[in-house]
Design a protein around this ligand. Structure first.
Ligand code: NAD
Length: 379
């Protein structure tokens, strides 16, 4: 089986989908791996390192794509790249399948088996393939580092002969993978941290990191079988905003990470709440790519609203591209390895397997993923 790794076509993407370490492992398992020349450039990995790992280095992306049985990448292909792919080939990357109807149609027309890394189910066996977790973890870390750098004060308490400085207050809204790492990072830097999530199970985790869990009575909330939050009613969101306005007003940094799987992110911090905050404070909207949690946040922009800085920078894991790539590459390798037959030297899609059922979106010209099929059936 020929596995190809083209560079990502997304402007500004600094991450690399497959690093030489995992190329070598795939070659050892019997795969023929080709990479596009310059693949590792952003990480200062040169073509020779890929060649040493056993990959063929191809200069022309079109040739690489046309000859591949399987393509590995960080993000979706360009439309014309799908048309170039071998019929019935496999494409694996983040695909944002809830919002990419046209791309899905294109995959179907070419009978491509499209695998969406976002859709890997959250079961123990699949944790090693879970890019949402590996990348969110880094995003949580970067969010605090960025906010700390933009703030014109320090995070820790300092007692010096020149006086005592009290610790900065950081409020984390949404405590999934990113939120937990944001709490841990802010604590390590010495901040006083408070956090809130609609899933009550999170309280223990927040406390175990030494942060305070903010309690707001919203009535029935809860989570799905995959551990994702259920959407709140407008009335519940209203209560949540009221409960949070005071905490935002006294915080130096607010980090929002609230997401709803397959849906637009909830709008939690209103313009009024932003106006109630102290001048000089910083809001970091980590959900900006999914619609944003904060009124006024804009993708890839930092906006000053009445002295409050709203940061909406996207692709935070791309700011620590070495580790983000290491983890992404490992997640991709683990997925391929799980379904790889060393005797047949190929990837076998077993549709009885929960992981394959969860992450394969299109196969043999049809949408085979139940959740995605239902999503588009309603449209
Ligand atoms: P996510 O990125 O979908 O959402 C981030 C957080 O936002 C979640 O904790 C969610 O509850 C919260 N949220 C949603 N609406 C909110 C609102 N209105 N106000 C405040 N918070 C709100 O979540 P995630 O990081 O992917 O993690 C979800 C859960 O899945 C976590 O408990 C995580 O530990 C778990 N998980 C399990 C596995 C596994 O393999 N078992 C793997 C990864 C994550």
């Amino acid at each position: 089986m020929k596995i190809a790794v083209p560079r990502d076509a997304y402007p500004g993407e600094t991450r690399v989908s497959l690093i030489p370490e995992h190329v070598a492992k795939l070659v050892k398992a019997g795969a023929e791996v080709s990479i596009e020349s310059g693949l590792g450039q952003t990480l200062r990995i040169v073509d020779d390192q890929y060649a040493e790992a056993g990959a063929a280095v191809v200069a022309d992306r079109n040739t690489l794509i046309e000859e591949a049985d399987m393509i590995l990448r960080i993000r979706k292909p360009l439309p014309e790249e799908v048309d170039r792919m071998k019929a019935a080939g496999i494409y694996i990357s983040l695909l944002d399948p809830f919002n990419e109807r046209e791309l899905i149609d294109r995959f179907m027309a070419k009978k491509i088996s499209a695998i969406s890394m976002e859709m890997i189910p959250r079961i123990t066996r699949a944790q090693k393939m879970d890019v949402l977790s590996s990348q969110a973890n880094l995003a949580g870390y970067v969010s605090v580092i960025l906010a700390a750098e933009r703030l014109d004060r320090i995070l820790p308490m300092m007692m010096t002969p020149a006086g005592t400085i009290s610790p900065a207050k950081v409020f984390v809204i949404g405590v999934g993978v990113a939120g937990l790492q944001a709490i841990a990072t802010a604590k390590r830097l010495g901040a006083r941290v408070e956090a809130f999530d609609t899933r009550p199970v999170v309280e223990e985790q927040v406390k175990s990191l030494g942060a305070r869990f903010v309690k707001i009575d919203l009535g029935e909330t809860g989570q799905t079988k995959d551990g994702y939050a259920k959407a709140l009613t407008e009335e519940q969101l209203q209560k949540q905003r009221q409960g949070m306005a005071k905490i935002c007003a006294s915080s130096d940094v607010v980090i929002t990470t609230a997401q709803l799987f397959g849906r637009k992110s909830p709008r939690i911090v209103t313009a009024e709440m932003v106006h109630g905050m102290q001048k000089g404070s910083v809001i970091l909207d980590l959900a900006v790519e999914g619609g944003g949690n904060v009124a006024g946040s804009q993708l890839d922009q930092e906006i000053d609203v009445n002295g409050v800085l709203i940061i909406g920078l996207g692709n935070l894991p791309g700011r620590v591209a070495v580790h983000a790539s290491q983890m992404f590459s490992s997640n991709l390798y683990n997925l391929v390895e799980e379904f790889w037959s060393t005797e047949e030297k190929q990837f076998n899609m077993n549709f009885d397997d929960e992981i394959i059922k969860g992450c394969v979106i299109t196969h043999q010209g049809e949408i085979v993923n139940e959740m995605i099929a239902n999503h588009y059936a309603d449209k």
